[in-house]
Design a protein around this ligand. Structure first.
Ligand code: G6P
Length: 615
């Protein structure tokens, strides 16, 4: 949650900060602000409720000159989204300004202490408390700014990525992090960029340092980057080269990132498989789990932990892993798992699934599973992310940056990697016949072109969306491995179009949702060929008998459901275990079109954020 960006160098800071904030807006977008400092020590701070665009409109015509600056786009935690609670925040004297991503959990007690010493607070935020504390320590102990930051952070409980700027020193920025991400870019001409992820940096330099937890970076104009830990021990920066390309974070002619990302799936699924299938040998290779193969062979249980769409990928994974490896699987919401004293055995394998690799609950669940002795593997999209680093091993999804808040290509990439992992483990265990194994590999390689075929039906899907765009409710049904796809379809619709939607196992409909069905209720049914096909046909009959509207996803050539349904969307056939990679595509497109037709902000739905770094 929240995106932060900082710049100090030879160029004007303002355009760099604003472009950076636009690229980070997926992290939060209820208010935004910048602080810019020029060489005459004039500090200009502009902040505003609303999107980054609204901030830039507000600043038009105002002085924003200066070559040092910080910026923030917010997802509110402490204090409602308004101008005052927007970042940057000032210290008591007004000389220090801060931007912050995270939560200072013990802010209330620190605030009380500071109030007793005469501090007056303007906002309701935890962040303002932190900058007051930093200044208080600096003044009372007569410390340099970075030492005061260290001392304050030693008192803090919680998560933070911060950048602090001092009105009296335009040649200095101090940054620090714990549990929230922070990347520092080092430009060729001594420029420094700081950001929550690499997107604002990539245009200016490929040389970056990922700050580690409890490290403080001291950026001085004209000097090299200095990093210290909270105990003031110097740390040698580890400079890495970014592999991210600029096109990957731009819309590339699409109206929205979400649509671009839906259309990227033939490529992203291929990228998730690239180099991992050795067709000639009928083998899967996953470098990140090589050291854990023995563990997998002897595992008594696999536990998937995740949130949101990634949790749905875990549910799909349960069907795939159990079928192929015969290892029992549990799928847990990370937020529930971490707080319920879970039973974890040393021979359990815990697999954390996370697009961002930064979700606070998933990260905490990873730490808990590690403490209790389980082997923890990560399936993350963002390379070098916290969950990837905290895990013992795992595999990246390589889907490329996902910017639309509603996850699409990350979901299919997660399922692809889970399938590869399950196939690999099945091979190790000998739990699947050779012919099925080879056939699944062959079918998996054919998935990207089948996704392309489905994308060609976009116009027909759009016409169906037109019919249901004004409904207030929707039901999604599926059985077996299609049930989690129904959940994901419902989530996509509610996230971006604000239509209430529920996903249900088709047979469970009789135990509740059937009461909701009337001529106003669209029911999206995943009814592809498989062992449950006839049962799903019966469920469709039950809906039709109550005048519900059926929109069915069926295989090419299906006539039975065609005669029953109000609309059908056809998709190519594939092995049932791989079907979620296909059945989810029309559901993504339907949600997208309905949201656009309803005038919703598809890429930045209200109240949501892409990366949930608070619990
Ligand atoms: C947020 C996003 C979802 C995502 C979930 C988990 O709610 O809006 O799209 O599925 O977080 O995120 P992760 O990065 O851990 O997959």
């Amino acid at each position: 949650m929240c995106g932060i960006v900082g710049y100090m160098g030879s160029k004007e800071a303002y355009p760099i900060l604003m472009k950076g904030l636009q690229r980070l807006e997926y992290r939060g977008y209820d208010s935004a602000g910048v602080a810019i400092l020029d060489h005459n020590k004039n500090l200009k701070v502009y902040k505003k409720k609303g999107k980054v665009y609204e901030l830039s409109e507000f600043i038009k015509g105002k002085d924003h000159s200066g070559k040092t600056g910080i910026g923030h786009t917010r997802w509110a935690t402490h204090g409602e989204p308004n101008d005052v609670n927007s970042h940057p925040h000032f210290s008591l004297s007004g000389n220090l300004v801060i931007i912050h991503n995270g939560i200072i959990e013990n802010y209330a007690s620190i605030k009380e202490g500071l109030k007793k010493r005469g501090h007056i607070f303007r906002s309701d935020t935890d962040t303002e408390v932190l900058i007051h504390l930093i200044e208080d320590i600096q003044q009372h102990e007569n410390l340099k700014l970075h030492h005061a930051v260290m001392a304050a952070l030693r008192q803090v409980v919680g998560a933070y990525a911060i950048v602090v700027m001092d009105k009296n020193n335009p040649d200095l920025l101090v940054a620090a992090k714990k549990s929230s991400p922070l990347v520092i870019g080092i430009g060729s001409n001594g420029d420094f960029l700081i950001a929550s992820d690499a997107a604002p940096i990539i245009e200016y330099t490929k040389n970056v340092v990922y700050l580690e937890d409890e490290q403080v970076a001291v950026l001085r104009r004209g000097e090299s980057l200095a990093i210290r830990n909270l105990k003031d021990k110097e740390i040698t920066p580890y400079v890495q080269e970014l592999t991210l390309e600029l096109e990957a974070i731009e819309k590339g002619g699409f109206d929205h990132f979400m649509l671009k990302e839906i259309y990227e799936q033939p490529r992203s699924i291929k990228d998730s498989m690239r180099g991992r299938i050795i067709a000639s040998e009928g083998k899967v290779q996953l470098g990140g789990i090589v050291d854990h193969e023995a563990k997998f062979k002897n595992a008594k249980r696999i536990i998937f932990i995740a949130c949101g769409t990634s949790w749905h990928a875990g549910l799909v994974g349960e069907y795939i892993f159990e079928e192929l490896t015969r290892i029992p699987v549990e799928v847990e919401y990370a937020s529930e798992f971490r707080y319920r004293n879970p039973i974890i055995y040393p021979d359990d394998i815990v697999i954390a699934i996370s697009q961002s690799g930064e979700t606070a609950d998933t990260l905490a669940a990873v730490e808990l599973a590690k403490q209790r002795g389980a082997t923890v593997l990560g399936i993350c999209n963002v390379v070098g992310s916290s969950i990837a680093r905290a895990s013992h091993g795992g595999s990246y999804t390589h889907a490329g940056p996902e910017i639309g808040v509603a996850s699409t290509k990350a979901f299919t990439a997660q399922i692809t990697v889970i399938t590869l992992m399950a196939l690999h483990v099945a091979r190790l265990k000998g739990s699947v016949p050779e012919s099925r194994f080879r056939n699944l590999l062959y079918e998996l390689e054919a998935i990207p072109s089948k996704v392309e075929e489905i994308l060609e039906s976009n116009n027909e899907i759009k016409k169906i969306a037109e019919k249901y765009k004004d409904n207030h409710n929707a039901l999604y049904l599926g059985r077996g491995i299609s049930f989690p796809v129904a959940l994901e379809g419902a989530l996509k619709l509610k996230e971006i179009s604000y239509i209430h939607a529920e996903g249900y196992p088709a047979a469970e409909m009789k135990h509740g949702p059937i009461a909701l069905i009337d001529e106003e209720m669209p029911v999206f049914v995943i009814a592809t060929k498989g062992p449950n096909y006839e049962k799903v046909v019966s469920n469709i009959q039950e809906v039709k008998a109550r005048k519900g509207k059926i929109i069915a996803i069926v295989n090419e050539g299906d006539l039975q459901i065609k005669n029953l349904a109000d609309h059908i969307i056809t998709i190519p056939e594939c092995d049932e275990l791989l079907s979620p990679l296909l059945t989810v595509i029309p559901l993504q497109l339907l949600s997208y079109h309905i949201a656009v037709m309803r005038g919703c902000n598809v890429d930045q739905p209200r109240n949501l954020a892409k990366s949930v770094t608070v619990e």
